[in-house]
Design a protein around this ligand. Structure first.
Ligand code: UGA
Length: 454
């Protein structure tokens, strides 16, 4: 929405939320305290906030004044009840649709921006159709058009993804409404990149795109394990297969498993849909992508313990990176969570560093406060921004997020501070082996395996 407002100074964009604290943080004068860290975002916000971009809790008046409403709420996996563990929880989509139905005036275009299961637009349409019918006897005659326009940005590169997208997808039947939305994007995106589909294809394309991306990661991660066993090297394999234009070079970086709020949730959702329609084989196929992802995290956590003589009890282990990927402060489903939990449960004393993640977030994700002893195995965690302090007397460093600042560290210097025998586990392939030459560190890298003598 910030990018839309930035590109279209004549359009007033108002972001509304029921959470006053969140809106207050978006209105915070200190731009370093915005709730989301995203490169380039604070610059846009500082340029246009309170000019044509507003953050507010005045939901009623915002809907009343709007010609177009984007529903961009959370659709997390249901934790309980019908479809628990797989289906998306659509309660926020439904309540947003009800608010639009209640407060809108005249004709309103409703754009489904949240990632949703196929046929969600039907739910929205149903609620809005009722409001349309009921308004026939009133002076406020309401009408609606529902469109689907899923978002394909990735965190950490969101602004660039929005400014230069591969494509924009608009699904819907009402040609006038489709034209209105498309004309907004056409202000900065060439019309060939704007694709038009029916509502259901648009909804399904979003789930499918994420499922295919996640599948690539599970594929390369499965091969990373085979590389470690055979002497092949994962980057060489990735380069070799990626040179085939049908495969392509992108999204072939082996790692500790995918995280983030989308891939797992969207595949679970896809699996749920397949089962709902009786397509059990298809469901099983996509479930495989998730099981490889869980397996990758488990295998890394247990190989770390195994390499450290089978026990991490009372060992100091430094975790470099807690965000699910670089350039974001988002920790949702980060592979660091399950790996850290496993090590703490095995008695390790972790010291965690991340350039953007706060200790409060880590505490929430680990369900364990800083320095509090874990009941299961007696381990604990602490947080520090000081890399030297993190590695001092540590038995191991585990690199989990590919932050640029980790790439620039003087690893030889840091290794000198560690307890011997010292280990580095590079799960993102950001350390160049030549930079460790002359040290006595034991080095394990994803898709390569262990190198003992440097
Ligand atoms: C993902 C998709 O890439 C976006 O297109 C989509 O719009 C978004 O989900 C969404 O549905 O909102 P995001 O989760 O922000 O974006 O980030 P990705 O760059 O896709 O990374 C996801 C995870 O995969 C991260 O943990 C990352 O480290 C991992 N990954 C990615 C790899 O392990 N290897 C790779 O080669 C690429």
């Amino acid at each position: 929405m910030a990018v839309i407002a930035d590109k279209c100074p004549d359009i007033i964009v108002t972001l509304v939320d029921i959470d006053q604290n969140r809106i207050d943080s978006w209105n915070n004068k200190d731009l370093n305290k915005l709730p989301v860290y995203e490169p380039g975002l604070k610059e846009i916000i500082s340029r246009i906030r309170n000019k044509n971009l507003f953050f507010s809790c005045e939901i009623e008046s915002a809907i009343k004044d709007s010609d177009m409403v984007f529903i961009s709420v959370n659709t997390p996996t249901k934790k309980s009840g019908f479809g628990a563990g797989y289906a998306s929880d659509l309660k926020w989509v439904e309540s947003s649709a009800r608010q639009v139905a209640e407060f809108s005036v005249g004709h309103t275009i409703v754009v489904e921006k949240s990632t949703v299961p196929v046929k969600t637009a039907e739910l929205i349409q149903h609620i809005l159709n009722d409001a349309e019918k009921n308004s026939r006897n009133s002076s406020n005659l309401k009408s609606f058009s529902v469109l689907s326009s899923p978002e394909f940005l990735a965190e950490g590169t969101a602004i660039d993804d929005l400014e230069n997208p591969d494509r924009v997808l608009i699904g819907g039947e009402d040609a006038l409404a489709v034209r209105s939305l498309s004309s907004i994007y056409e202000r900065w995106i060439s019309s060939e990149k704007i694709l038009f589909t029916n509502l259901w294809s648009s909804e399904l394309s979003k789930l499918t795109a994420n499922a295919f991306l996640a599948q690539r990661i599970s594929s390369i991660n499965s091969i990373s394990a085979l590389c470690e066993s055979t002497g092949a090297e994962i980057n060489e394999v990735a380069n070799a297969i990626g040179a085939d234009r049908r495969i392509g070079q992108k999204f072939l970086s082996a790692g500790p498993g995918f995280g983030g709020s989308c891939f797992q949730k969207d595949i679970l959702n896809l699996v749920y849909l397949c089962k709902y329609y009786g397509l059990y084989e298809v469901a099983k196929y996509w479930e495989g992508v998730l099981s490889i992802n869980s397996w990758q995290k488990e295998r890394i956590a247990s190989l770390i313990v195994e390499k450290l003589f089978g026990t991490v009890t009372n060992k100091k282990i430094a975790i470099f990176g807690f965000a699910f990927k670089a350039s974001t402060n988002d920790t949702r489903e980060s592979p660091a969570i399950s790996i850290a939990k496993y090590l703490i449960e095995n008695g390790a004393n972790l010291i965690i560093t991340d350039p953007q993640v706060t200790p409060i977030q880590i505490e929430m994700e680990l369900s364990l406060s800083e320095s509090q002893q874990c009941k299961l195995g007696g381990g604990k965690w602490a947080y520090s921004k000081d890399h030297k302090y993190c590695v001092k007397n540590a038995d191991a460093v585990i690199l989990l997020t590919a932050w640029d600042e980790f790439k620039e560290l003087d690893w030889k210097d840091l290794i000198c501070l560690m307890r011997k025998p010292s280990w580095i586990f590079d799960n993102r392939k950001i350390i160049c082996i030549d930079d460790l030459k002359g040290t006595d560190v034991n080095f394990w890298q994803i898709g390569l395996g262990t190198i003992h003598s440097m």
